[in-house]
Design a protein around this ligand. Structure first.
Ligand code: SAH
Ligand code: SF4
Ligand code: F3S
Length: 462
């Protein structure tokens, strides 16, 4: 209610701006990091649209630039400061009316906020991951108060939904089913910047998905840092597999995905639900992190490779043509060549369709940052290259297996390089390009997968 009032107040501020600028004020949102941030940005865009901002053609022309930051690895932070330097110069020299706002995970770190305060005085507004729903109010303060407005909450147990959102795609979107993370993997900063795990009720989630379906959405991705522990804090308790099967029954929803699954909480029920429901994607993103049991223990992951392989075997047996993707970290403190070889072995054994490979990044405040035997950069880099080569080799074979078959493709968009092609995805998440026009975007069409190009197929409509 309060936010609706601020949306109204900001509308009148914008009307004044439109008169003085000679055009409707525009916004540009740059999103870094994971699906959580992507979803938050859709919500921010919704609020900005509601207030009356239009989308800017590029960030340098925008009247309001919002950076939704990530801090999971150090290089994400470096990138933001690089960007900000550039933006500051544009604001100084070309567009002094520009307003710059920073939000997201990096702003939950007091040291980073201090840096912005001291070195980036041209930033107008800073907020965090817990109070983004207040965007209209924060903007109003930015427009009416002198100096930087900084409002970051340490944590929250609030879940605020029902604010407007603008989807990047008309026909597919992410749906938060839970917020935060309780796992405290020893390398990871997410629990510190996203707070404790909180699940939305199934009624609330299903209501949103029914609305989305009525609004043209055909594919939903259920989002959480560890969806397999969904519902554990709810009263009455609900399991993720129960939620998933309900979501898959919503009329109009043809495809259901979810991310991310933590192996430690993956249940047989979930495998059963995936197997018995054709609307649930035959794809699972199941971060392994390391193939060494010793390292997995130091990472505080609560599973070993035997357990991981057991899950994989059950999944493969039950879910036809399942594609498994993963995240892997190289150079965790204390990682030896032997530990690293164990990771390579797991890639060969599980046969991931693709894997995000990361160089371990030391995050202040996490237990791993204080561990002895930090791996030297050159050693980690060299391992990283070897891992990448193997992941690509295995991925090429795994993601080309359907060549010669005809499969349904949900068309995402016109191909960015070749305007005669459209680009979409199979149920198992593999990318397909094929000749077609804009009228296919958002449609599910059968496509003959003529040729595998490694990580994507070239096809034609059948
Ligand atoms: N909640 C998800 C992952 C979220 S972060 C899960 O547990 O699976 C996405 C990925 O970033 C992680 O899976 C991990 O591989 C990587 N990551 C997280 N912290 C990292 C760090 N300090 N250094 C390198 N990679 C990291
Ligand atoms: Fe980080 Fe682990 Fe939580 Fe994933 S499960 S967000 S890796 S602490
Ligand atoms: Fe980054 Fe925050 Fe996601 S740190 S990976 S954007 S939860």
């Amino acid at each position: 209610m309060r936010q609706r009032e601020y949306i109204e107040k900001m509308r009148s501020v914008l009307r004044d701006r439109t008169a003085s600028f000679g055009h409707c004020p525009t916004f540009f949102i740059e999103t870094l990091g994971c699906q959580m941030n992507a979803k938050d940005s859709e919500k921010f865009a919704g609020i900005l649209k509601e207030i009356g901002y239009e989308k800017a053609p590029g960030e340098f022309q925008a009247d309001l630039v919002l950076y939704n930051t990530c801090t999971v690895r150090e290089n994400a932070n470096t990138k933001i400061y690089g960007h900000l330097g550039q933006l500051g110069a544009v604001k100084r020299n070309q567009n002094p009316r520009m307003r710059i706002a920073l939000c997201g995970c990096m702003m939950q770190e007091p040291d980073e906020v201090q840096t912005v305060r001291e070195k980036y005085p041209f930033v107008d507004l800073v907020f965090g991951t817990h109070n983004g729903f207040k965007l209209a109010e924060l903007l109003y303060r930015m427009e009416t108060e002198e100096g930087q407005v900084i409002d970051v909450w340490e944590g929250t147990d609030m879940i605020v939904e029902d604010l407007p959102a603008i989807r990047k795609y008309r026909f597919k979107t992410g749906v938060n089913i839970m917020y935060g993370c309780n796992n405290f993997c020893s390398y990871c900063i997410v629990p510190y910047v996203r707070g404790r795990e909180r699940s939305r009720t199934p009624e609330n989630i299903l209501e949103e998905i029914r609305f989305l379906a009525s609004d043209g959405v055909r594919e939903v991705m259920l989002l959480g840092q560890n969806v397999n522990s969904y519902g554990k804090t709810l009263d009455p308790k609900v399991s993720f597999s129960e939620l998933l099967s309900k979501v898959a029954q919503v009329d109009g929803i043809d495809r259901v995905r979810f991310m991310t699954s933590h192996p430690k909480d993956l249940s047989d029920d979930l495998i059963e639900t995936m197997a018995s429901n054709p609307r649930i994607a035959n794809h699972i993103h199941l971060p392994l992190q390391s193939g060494s049991d010793r390292i997995l223990q130091k990472m505080n992951r609560h599973y070993d490779t035997a357990r991981y392989l057991e899950i994989v075997e059950k999944l493969r047996k039950s879910v036809p043509e399942l594609q498994i993707t993963t995240d892997l970290i190289v150079g965790f403190p204390g990682e030896t060549e032997e530990d690293f070889q164990a990771t390579l072995d797991m890639v060969r054994e599980v046969r991931f369709a693709s894997a995000f490979t990361f160089l371990y990044s030391r995050r202040t405040g996490t237990p791993a940052a204080k561990m002895p035997d930090q791996v030297p950069d050159d050693v980690a880099n060299e391992r990283f290259q070897r891992l990448l080569a193997l992941v690509q080799e295995v991925g090429r074979e795994e993601s080309g297996k359907l060549a010669g078959r005809t499969m349904p493709v949900l068309v995402d968009e016109m191909n960015r390089q070749d305007r005669h092609l459209v680009t979409g995805r199979l149920m198992d998440n593999t990318v397909v390009h094929f000749p077609g026009g804009a009228e296919l975007v958002g449609e599910i069409v059968p496509v003959f997968l003529r040729e595998s190009k490694g990580f994507y197929y070239l096809g034609e409509r059948s």
